[in-house]
Design a protein around this ligand. Structure first.
Ligand code: CDP
Length: 214
């Protein structure tokens, strides 16, 4: 069972995907972490995330330990991620990893939950369930600001709103695998839902997708 969860920055897709995976006993892949790690690896090498050759080199030699490094979570690596993510050669390197994860989830898990921007459209177009998670830009900026402050980073609401709006625009307008809702994805607007509310709505979708498979 493959569950694809896509959506714009700070829409709550990671929180939902992690919780669903935990509840169902499925493997979880945060595909954004791959792009963030590539972005940070380029920055750490003193190179520019817009430099195609440097970004492709980083994607081909991704340092796995960066995937769990809290340093990838800030808005600076987030911006670098969305800049390397427009480069087709970078996406190509990360695609096989994501598709292998879906085909053969680690530890023999009976399913996988993967979140990102192009999971339902490009990575797993045949996913059993696709959910496109959204929320108003203001709500998303508030959530991201609270998340950054909780981690002890400095964060300013207006700057965070500007950062995520710019990142969404870049993600939506790129030529390769842009952020967009797959035609067969359920739209889940979380503007007025808390984490439990989002989880329960998604769980109902999972139950009906499972029933449809039987
Ligand atoms: O956590 P947040 O929603 O802010 O972002 P993320 O999911 O960690 O993704 C960071 C960036 O990686 C995005 O802005 C995209 O540019 C890129 N990305 C992508 O292009 N394709 C994916 N499947 C996942 C992330």
């Amino acid at each position: 069972m493959i569950i694809a969860i896509d959506g714009p920055a700070a829409s709550g897709k990671g929180t939902l995907a992690r919780r669903l995976a935990g509840h169902l006993g499925y493997a979880y892949l945060d595909s954004g972490a791959l792009y963030r790690a590539v972005g940070l690896q380029v920055l750490n090498a003193g190179e520019d995330p817009g430099d195609e050759a440097a970004a492709i080199r980083a994607a081909a030699n991704l340092q796995q330990d960066l995937l769990d490094d809290p340093a990838i979570r800030g808005e600076t690596p987030g911006k670098a991620a969305s800049r390397v993510a427009v480069i087709p050669g970078v996406r190509q390197h990360l695609l096989a990893f994501q598709q292998n994860f879906a085909a053969l989830p680690p530890d023999g898990a009976p399913g996988a939950v993967i979140d990102g921007r192009d999971i339902g459209t490009i990575v797993c177009p045949d996913a059993d369930l696709k959910i496109f998670v959204t929320a108003s830009a203001e709500t998303r900026a508030k959530r991201r600001t609270a998340e950054l402050l909780a981690r002890g980073e400095t964060a300013d609401l207006a700057k965070t709103l500007a950062d995520i709006t710019a990142r969404d625009a870049r993600d939506r307008s790129r030529k390769t695998a842009p952020l967009k809702r797959a035609e067969d994805a359920y739209l889940l607007d979380t503007t007025n839902l808390d984490i439990d509310g989002v989880f329960l709505e998604a769980l109902a979708l999972v139950e009906s997708a499972k029933a449809g498979r039987e």
